[in-house]
Design a binder for this molecule. Structure first.
Ligand code: SAM
Length: 351
């Protein structure tokens, strides 16, 4: 590690923040030694706040119908080869029932921006889940909606909302999305979610097409300023039927490095080791946990739709990725020194 990198690592550890230029330099100049020091500090911080606990969330992929056309995403509107589905209220409740019996105490409803998911429908489902399972948290990840809509969903009982900002750079945002989707609108949604009272999550793909270290530096700055309760990052992985089919995947190494950096910037953050990281490399999720992540989101969707929620090539949904194989996941996580726990796993405000 050269002197400058050593200075940047020490500054990040002591002040939990760098300037955007310094983040860029740190990313560009990272090496084995700096990565290891940041990893050790990230692990120290996560242990101080969350001990050896790893929280699990049951992921229910409620619909792959989407009105958006994000260039990277396998369920984008223009992908005619994607076989569409939408779960009914009964199917969603049946996933929750299975999940509850398996030990899940958070259900995440994630899906495309499907017009059939009206506030009335979603509020009804949320109320029913909370009535049946009052000890569980409900997380939503259903894209951009109006401030009023977010308020209704929150009042119906939803606790958390995940909406990745995707990139904090406006020009880069416009290279990943068609014109009707803007960074300004995404940021407005994130502000609205936080102000409504949701535990709010942002995030981005690592190695998305055209991404530079400068873009990542802006993402890190944004996380430091916004102070989200959750941050979802995972490698970009191409999907064969999208405009980005021929772009290379992001790297597991850079994803893990950034997991450590994010833990240090915002120590109490809930940080998943994502399915994309597990898909990219065998043992990816365990590697994420060892770099400061503390959440895993196994798939609780009905098995017959899992292949249809194909955001990128070869997305995992079987084996330890499947909620039904929780015992396999527990073994894998305990083999690296951590412990899966069955509780809501709320954000701990340690600041
Ligand atoms: N529609 C909701 C939204 O936009 O927030 C939730 C579903 S969306 C498919 C969930 C996340 O999947 C996105 O935020 C994006 O970062 C990630 N994603 C989509 N395509 C991907 C790809 N090719 N590689 C890795 N992650 C991808």
């Amino acid at each position: 590690m050269n002197k400058r990198t050593d200075y940047l690592v020490s500054k990040l550890i002591s002040s939990h923040s760098l300037t955007a230029d310094e983040y860029r330099e740190l990313i560009e100049q990272r090496d084995g030694e700096s990565t290891l020091r940041l990893q050790q500090e990230a692990v120290r911080l996560r242990k101080q706040i969350y001990g050896d606990k790893v929280f699990i969330r049951g992921l229910i992929e409620v619909s792959n119908i989407c009105k958006n056309d994000c260039y990277y995403c396998g369920i984008r509107k223009s992908n005619r080869l994607c076989e569409r589905y939408r779960l009914s209220k009964e199917e969603i409740l049946s996933c929750c029932r299975d999940g509850y019996d398996l030990g899940f105490r958070t259900f995440v409803m994630q899906g495309g921006e499907d017009g059939a998911f009206s506030d009335a429908f979603l509020c009804d489902v949320i109320r029913e889940i909370k009535e049946l399972y009052p000890d569980c948290a409900v997380t939503l990840s259903l894209g951009e909606r109006s401030r009023e809509s977010y308020k209704r969903l929150y009042e119906a009982g939803a606790d958390r909302y995940l909406l990745r900002h995707e990139t904090a750079d406006e020009k880069h945002y416009s290279m990943l999305h068609p014109e009707n989707l803007t960074l300004a609108s995404r940021m407005e949604c994130l502000r609205a979610l936080k102000e409504t009272g949701f535990q709010t999550g942002c995030g981005f793909m690592v190695g998305s097409p055209y991404q530079t270290a400068e873009h990542l530096a802006k993402d890190l700055k944004f996380i430091g300023d916004f102070r989200p309760d959750m941050v979802g990052i995972g490698p970009f992985i191409p999907h064969k039927d999208t405009p980005f089919a021929d772009h290379p995947a992001g790297s597991a190494e850079l994803t893990c490095f950034l997991l450590s950096v994010i833990r240090i910037i915002h120590p109490p953050v809930l940080l998943p080791a994502t399915t994309a990281l597990g898909t990219l490399e065998d043992g990816g999720r365990e590697r994420g946990i060892l770099h400061g992540a503390n959440v895993i989101m196994p798939n609780l969707s009905p098995t017959d739709v899992r292949d249809k929620y194909m955001l990128y090539n070869n997305k995992l949904s079987t084996g330890a990725e499947s909620a039904q194989k929780l015992h396999e996941l527990k073994e894998k996580i305990s083999s690296v020194g951590y412990r899966i726990v069955c509780d809501r796993g709320d954000f701990i405000n340690a600041e």
